[in-house]
Design a protein around this ligand. Structure first.
Ligand code: ATP
Length: 370
């Protein structure tokens, strides 16, 4: 069952749509990340769910009921912001208890709930402290506690860890994931950081310019991005522009030829995409001849930039077993490629057969984009 449904949501500021015809179902207990570049409409979407912004069109359903008519405080949602979450003039206990007092819960129940929630976020010792006595990470944990204590149906988080240093951010992500599983609360988490989304989310909704590009599990998004935007946005991807030659059953880009048959029309320009880990170095004449331009040792793997005539620079991740030096000539092969053509579904080709097409008319005009 969908805990939260966004149905054709649209929000305009002036004449521009910050969010356009956006639909999404978040399952009960699921952690959904809204991911996309700055300005793509993530926060606006979250604010509409929380009741802090009014949509110009569409609907928001929680457990099957529209919440559009409800003000924020009457919605079964709780929101944690990037910063300024705690009231500085109140102790931690008072911060957490605030919403419960508004609901006129008996003092004993408030005391018990605040204690339990502090335990849940691992900070029972902070009860009597003031916000300024807590680290940034502790403050955000209390902010999460303050949201959870209200027992909302939906927890909304807007880049809650973006002001923390990198190491703490990673730890907080893990803590949040554990906490979210433990409580089982349906959660929407906004981030522009793909690593954060990949580590946290059950599913990720990728947004671009106010519209939904793709919603999928992290694994599927990474392996099978449906469009060029997601392919480029998630992780590192190499791209070669190529042209389809139907009579030869081949895609030709730069001086690379790839045997392929597809629904592309003869002469269609397509984009061939492949991950750095899907490029292998091969011995002998097989593969595409390239030269090593740069080798960066990233500890557990090497990031090697190679370039071949006509294909531009290609990034390769390799384990460092094979000696690698700048200027060296090598051949590369692809383990797996994705082919994008406008208006057609993505085509995946495992272990594509490479051919050498070196005549001028087979080379796509202009330099291939990488
Ligand atoms: P970021 O990651 O930078 O927070 P975002 O994806 O959350 O970005 P939004 O804050 O939702 O993006 O903004 C989407 C678009 O709507 C942007 O172009 C922004 O300038 C515009 N916008 C947001 N709020 C308002 C507002 N109150 N008035 C006018 N324009 C707004």
């Amino acid at each position: 069952m969908a805990g939260l449904q966004l149905v054709n949501l649209t929000k305009r500021f002036g004449t521009t749509a910050a969010v356009y015809d956006f639909s999404l179902e978040v399952h009960d207990g699921e952690l959904m990340c809204l991911l996309g570049p700055s300005g793509c409409g993530k926060t606006t979407t979250l604010r509409m769910i929380g009741g802090f912004a009014t949509p110009d069109g569409g609907d928001i359903l929680i457990e099957g009921h529209s919440v559009l008519a409800l003000p924020p405080e009457r919605r079964p949602t709780a929101m944690v912001f990037q910063r300024f979450n705690l009231w500085p003039h109140m102790t931690v206990t008072d911060n957490i208890a605030f919403g419960l007092r508004l609901r006129r819960l008996p003092a004993a129940a408030i005391h018990r709930k605040v204690g339990e929630t502090l335990q849940l976020v691992g900070l029972p010792q902070a009860a009597r402290k003031w916000p300024h006595q807590l680290s940034g990470g502790e403050q955000q944990r209390i902010a999460v506690a303050r949201a959870l204590v209200l027992e909302p149906k939906i927890l909304l988080l807007d880049e809650p860890f973006s002001n923390l240093d990198a190491r703490l951010r990673v730890r907080m992500r893990e803590e949040l994931k554990t906490l979210q599983r433990q409580v089982g609360i349906t959660t929407v988490f906004v981030t522009h950081d793909q690593e954060e989304a990949l580590t946290l989310a059950d599913r990720i909704a990728v947004m671009n310019k106010g519209v939904m590009e793709q919603v999928d599990t992290p694994g599927v998004l990474y392996r099978r991005p449906q469009g060029l935007f997601v392919a480029d946005f998630m992780g590192t991807m190499n791209f070669i522009r190529a042209r389809y030659h139907r009579d030869r059953g081949a895609l030709a880009g730069g001086q690379v030829g790839i045997s392929a048959r597809g629904d592309w029309h003869d002469g269609a320009v397509v984009t061939v995409a492949f991950r750095p880990e899907d490029v292998t170095f091969v011995d002998g004449d097989a593969g595409i001849p390239v030269q090593v331009r740069r080798v960066v040792n990233l500890g557990h793997y090497l990031e090697v930039t190679v370039d071949g005539s006509g294909v531009g620079a290609i990034k390769v991740f390799t384990d460092g077993q094979r000696p690698m030096s700048e200027g060296q000539s090598l051949n590369v092969h692809f383990r797996r490629i994705l082919v994008y053509a406008e208006g057609l579904p993505l085509v995946e080709i495992e272990m594509p057969r490479l051919t050498h097409l070196r005549t001028a008319e087979e080379v796509v005009e202009g330099s291939p984009s990488v």
